[in-house]
Design a protein around this ligand. Structure first.
Ligand code: DOR
Ligand code: ZN
Length: 350
């Protein structure tokens, strides 16, 4: 039987880029419309490295929300080689910071202040393990000798496996996974090691980078992989395995920063996030598993209450606008000018 309506507990986005200032004001409404909470990435310029900065950023996000919104930003700290272990104690004691983000230096947008050598942050990781603060990993090596399509697999072998041995109780999320190798690693780990999966990595393979020509709007980090990897991600997301949950990695960039000589990484998906996930789950014939992936596994991992209110999706296609405003510019969203098969119709069912 083809389902045409789906009612689920309101989801959360466990990996999101909201930016700051006018860009934040441009994009926040899309996320707040469907998600109750989101883990907000700290890769601003300059990065959010202290609890005090995270609290200021949180206030700016709350001030940008549409009137009446109950959306809650969950804040993260950007791990640097100079982060003091005392900051972890402050983060744990705060009401706003829920995790710490590891970027390998040079891996992606605003990652220059990231970590060059993991052993340099061992004292901080020790404090995180002790105080039970999750580590969110951008799991890619940046070694120029490694093929870009192998960056995630090599990170798992070189860094993640040793990290698991050294800090066995450290809670970790391997963010935006893109490979069969990551699926296998996380699936075999205890449930305090988890992974987020984006809608774009569930729906696109690397052919989307070159469909009829170069497609800068499909360029993201980690880069799209071959079809066998996409299929492994879809299988994992729709399996009901609590290790895997929703994280859009929606990452807005102004059009001119994507369509240029050296374009930025990131797809903007917040405008149709849950609808795109519904399409992917529908393709797999597993719409029945969407609620657990989108609304249960994330809060269970973070030890936060599941949401109580509900959201309704209908199989009603709509055409995505060619662009959305982004600060003084525009942003070309995923599926621009094309159809999305599902619509969120009612976002306020108690
Ligand atoms: O594609 C990406 N865009 N990957 C990231 O890790 C960062 C993000 C961004 O901030 O633009
Ligand atoms: Zn990200």
């Amino acid at each position: 039987m083809t389902l045409s309506r789906l009612e689920i507990i309101r989801p959360d986005d466990w990996h999101l880029h909201l930016r700051d200032g006018d860009a934040l004001a441009s994009v926040i409404g899309h996320t707040a419309r469907q998600f109750a909470r989101a883990i907000v990435m700290p890769n601003l310029k300059p990065p959010v490295t202290t609890v005090a900065q995270a609290e200021d950023y949180r206030r700016r996000i709350l001030a940008s929300l549409p009137a009446g919104s109950r959306f809650q930003p969950l804040m993260t700290l950007y791990l640097t080689e100079t982060t003091p272990p005392a900051e972890i104690v402050r983060a744990k004691a705060s009401d706003s910071v829920v995790a710490v983000k590891y970027y390998p230096a040079g891996a992606t947008t605003n990652s220059q202040s990231g970590v060059r050598e993991l052993s340099h942050v061992y004292p901080v990781l020790e404090a995180m393990e002790k105080h039970d603060l999750p580590l969110l990993l951008h799991g890619e090596v940046t070694d120029p000798d490694i093929d870009i399509f192998d960056r995630e697999r090599v990170f798992i072998e070189r860094h993640l496996m040793p990290l698991r041995e050294k800090f066995p109780a450290l809670r970790m999320v391997l963010e935006h996974i893109t490979t069969h190798d990551a699926v296998q690693f996380v699936h075999a780990a205890p449930t305090h090691v988890a992974a987020t999966i984006t809608a774009h990595h569930l729906l696109l393979n690397r052919n989307a980078l070159f469909e009829g020509g170069m497609r800068p709007h499909n360029y993201c980090a980690p880069i799209l992989k071959r079809e066998t990897h996409r299929a492994a991600l879809l299988q994992a997301a729709t399996s009901g395995d609590p290790h895997f949950f929703l994280g859009t990695d929606s990452a807005p960039h102004p059009r001119e920063a994507k369509e240029t000589d050296c374009g930025c990484a990131g797809l903007y998906t917040a405008h149709a996030a849950l609808e795109l996930y519904a399409e992917a789950f529908d393709q797999a014939g597993r719409l029945d598993k969407l609620e657990a992936f989108a609304s249960f596994h994330g809060p269970d991992f973070y030890r936060l209450p599941r949401n109580a209110d509900r959201i309704v999706l209908e199989r009603t296609p709509w055409i995505v606008p060619e662009e959305y405003p982004l600060a003084g510019s525009t942003c070309k969203p995923m599926r621009a000018g094309e159809s999305v098969a599902w619509s969120v119709v009612d976002t306020a069912i108690a």
